[in-house]
Design a protein around this ligand. Structure first.
Ligand code: FNR
Length: 348
């Protein structure tokens, strides 16, 4: 019995470690496979997926995709790919779940457990959709429910579990909450250094994060610093300010994911080309690729090239603008020859 227990705990301790890490934060629409892979290539240690809502993921079917060498979780009703991942990121990808229910969260986690490195529960999203469903920041007001979700997952999964919260208006309440969540067995806790009602343009509160790091033993992942992160060094300045074990970056990476690069930022055209190649390699949905390129281009969408880009509807058209038309054409030809990417066999 003891031997079995030891091997179980070893198994958990051998996997993902959240200390001293640079992390791509969860971002809806941004954190899909090509961006996650590019973040890893640029130097991120861990990458979070966009938030995936349990009710949506629970309906999906796991389909290995031999043409792309990916694992797809597909909505069987319309063929939408809810989550696509691959072996390259398996040891470093954390799937963020939107949930308000422990047993549903467990069912979904079991579905994806063997294809990912960790599960994170979103407890910070202030959007109406999340709050109404009892998800995201709604869980901050229900700490017992939040703790129950986490302890259920921690006791039943072989991979580490984390959560991402926002701070509360009161520092002592925040410490109490973090201590209660830490006691569930989670491996680390991501903290966006703003309250539920504060917006991205408001200053973050690194002092609160500093207080949290001395209040719990698990790693604190500091988040919310993008406003002041313009260079790679700025990441460490924010980390130091927060006294945190690790840092998680959203907007600075959305604008230029080479922020993770120790050698310095790459010009945005280089970033776009790398991102487009990965979009082609993993047959990313064109509207998703377009959204990500738009968030890199920002005001450059007003230029003649930017306007041409905004007209694009296919991956091929987008690639033409960055001289990757031939690359896109030949890869897509290859996929056609090697099986239909959207319709591989269902594996129960
Ligand atoms: C986000 N954020 C977010 N948070 C989360 O827990 N799950 C999510 O799916 C998303 N989605 C998302 C999309 C986009 C486009 C942005 C900009 C942000 C919040 C994000 O992870 C982070 O907490 C904040 O952006 C603060 O960190 P930065 O931007 O200062 O590094």
């Amino acid at each position: 019995d003891n031997i079995i227990k030891m091997s179980v705990s070893n198994k958990k301790s051998q996997c993902l470690d959240y200390k001293n890490k640079l992390i791509l934060a969860p971002m809806v629409r941004v954190g899909t496979l090509p961006m996650r892979l590019l973040a890893l290539e640029m130097g991120a240690d861990i990458v979070y997926t966009e938030e995936l809502v349990d009710l949506k993921l629970i309906k999906s079917v796991r389909r290995p995709n031999p043409a792309l060498d990916t694992i797809d979780f597909v909505d069987p009703s319309d063929g939408t790919i809810v989550f696509r991942t691959c072996a390259l990121e398996k040891s470093r990808v954390v799937l963020q779940l939107g949930t308000s229910d422990a047993s549903r969260a467990l069912t979904v986690s079991k579905l994806v457990e063997h294809d990912i490195a960790g599960i994170d529960i979103n407890m910070g999203c202030p959007k109406e959709f999340s709050i109404k469903g009892g998800m995201g920041a709604a869980l901050l007001a229900e700490p017992d429910k939040a703790a129950h979700i986490l302890s259920t997952l921690c006791s039943q999964l072989d991979i580490p579990v984390t959560c991402k919260i926002r701070i509360l208006p009161d520092i002592f309440e925040t410490i109490k909450l973090v201590q209660q969540l830490a006691a569930t067995g989670i491996a680390a806790i991501g903290v966006h250094a703003r309250t539920r009602d504060e917006r991205p343009q408001h200053r973050p509160h690194p002092d609160v994060l500093r207080a949290l790091t001395s209040a719990v033993d698990i790693p604190i992942i500091a988040n919310g610093g993008s406003r002041g992160i313009h260079t790679h060094e700025d990441i460490y300045k924010f980390q130091k300010l927060c006294g945190a074990d690790s840092v998680m970056i959203a907007r600075a990476a959305q604008q230029n994911v080479s922020i993770f690069r120790r050698e310095g930022l790459l010009p945005i055209d280089d970033v776009i080309c790398k991102y487009l190649r990965l979009s082609v390699d993993y047959d990313n949905a064109p509207h998703n690729t377009k959204y990500c390129v738009q968030s890199i281009l920002k005001e450059l969408q007003e230029t003649a090239r930017g306007k041409r880009f905004l007209q694009c509807q296919t991956l091929q058209q987008i690639c033409e603008i960055w001289q990757l038309g031939d690359y896109c054409r030949s890869r897509q030809q290859h996929y056609k020859l090697h099986g239909n990417i959207g319709r591989s066999e269902v594996v129960p």
